[in-house]
Design a protein around this ligand. Structure first.
Ligand code: PMV
Length: 333
């Protein structure tokens, strides 16, 4: 007999890509980390046969208030909020395909991960949905299987994706990812501060642009992608073997330079990257697809100064930690 609950809450962390974004699309390795900013999804069985999704508290940046006489005008990017709901719907469909149980489901989302900042808000929503709904219906999934279904959700909603986001966010900690396979890297705290530029590039479009540049000038661009792969392997050695913070910082700086050469950095991102280095970060680079979004600075002993530098340079500092845990069940009722 299937033992299922009435209500389950699951959560999933956000992520940053430490090294190797874009080159990972070309079969090179990348290293990603979960961050301790999480999305929570409460899934409840409904008598009625329908799927209801409630977005209670999702951080959609870019909310603008303007005042005129006694009126207040509010603008927000509801497109981004609606996009998130597409991931929930697809994730529910994928879990329902695994069972004969016929039930309505009500889902309620609350998230601390800003939507559209490149911190994995969509993969977190997909993963937490898959975890809560499968648990609700008595389907046992490992974190790895949750990450795989999260990847399927991403492929269906956004098209091209290496799958690194849903996998690291399902597993937690740090992972070395290559061609759909991954290996966990021993957990490290790594003091970092994120800097948000206030806008986000379109991942699919940026991936396409890089592809075009590779096709136009393969002799120049291919060695850049190859070098990115090499620096990821060197970073892994620094993380797993004899820890070398200076080298790690240097490799971050090189990775940012190579991403700029691929054409995915922006002035806003690079301003934050250079400001944090001046403030004492050992290394800093954009993280994720680029074209806006976030950068991160690795700043042992200098994180306060680095946060201030991000603010002065026009960005929003986000303090966070590397999260040890991936997807987890918070509550069963
Ligand atoms: O936009 P993000 O933060 O999900 O990062 C995308 C990372 C890429 O390597 C550019 C694409 C991918 O699918 O790996």
């Amino acid at each position: 007999m299937v033992d299922y609950m009435d209500k389950v809450t699951a959560s999933a962390p956000g992520k940053i890509i430490l090294f190797g974004e874009h080159s990972v699309v070309y079969g090179k390795p990348a290293i990603a980390a979960s961050i301790d900013t999480r999305t929570f999804i409460e899934a409840e069985r409904l008598e009625e046969d329908r799927i209801k999704i409630e977005a209670n508290d999702i951080k959609v940046p870019g909310l603008t208030l303007s005042f005129k006489e006694d009126q207040i005008f509010m603008e927000a990017d509801y497109g981004k909020a609606a996009e998130i709901l597409g991931y929930v719907k697809k994730a529910v469909d994928l879990v329902l395909k695994e069972t004969d149980v016929d039930t309505g489901i009500s889902l309620s989302i609350s998230s601390d991960i800003p939507v559209g900042a490149g911190l994995g808000s969509s993969a977190a929503v997909a993963n937490a949905t898959i975890a809560s709904v499968s648990e609700l219906l008595g389907i046992n999934l490992t974190n790895r299987e949750i990450g795989e279904l999260g990847h399927e959700t991403e492929l269906s909603v956004q098209g091209n994706s290496s799958g690194i986001d849903p996998m690291v966010q399902a597993i937690g900690g740090l992972i070395y990812y290559k061609d759909g396979n991954f290996k966990q890297i021993p957990f490290r705290k790594l003091p970092i501060v994120l800097g948000y530029t206030g806008s986000k590039g379109n991942t699919g479009k940026l991936v396409e642009e890089v592809k075009k540049r590779l096709e136009e000038d393969p002799e120049v661009m291919e060695p850049i992608v190859k070098s990115m792969g090499n620096l990821v392997d060197q970073s892994r050695e620094s993380l797993e073997g004899k820890f070398d913070s200076e080298k790690l910082g240097r490799l971050m700086n090189i990775n940012h330079g190579l991403l700029s050469a691929l054409g995915v950095s922006t002035k806003e991102l690079s301003d934050l990257v250079y400001a944090t280095r001046t403030a004492g970060a050992l290394g800093s680079k954009l993280t994720g697809a680029g074209g806006g979004g976030c950068m991160y600075a690795y700043c042992p002993g200098r994180c306060d100064e680095v946060s201030t530098a991000i603010e002065v340079a026009g960005g929003t500092p986000i303090s966070t930690k590397i999260a040890k845990e991936g997807v987890r069940i918070e509550k069963r009722e």
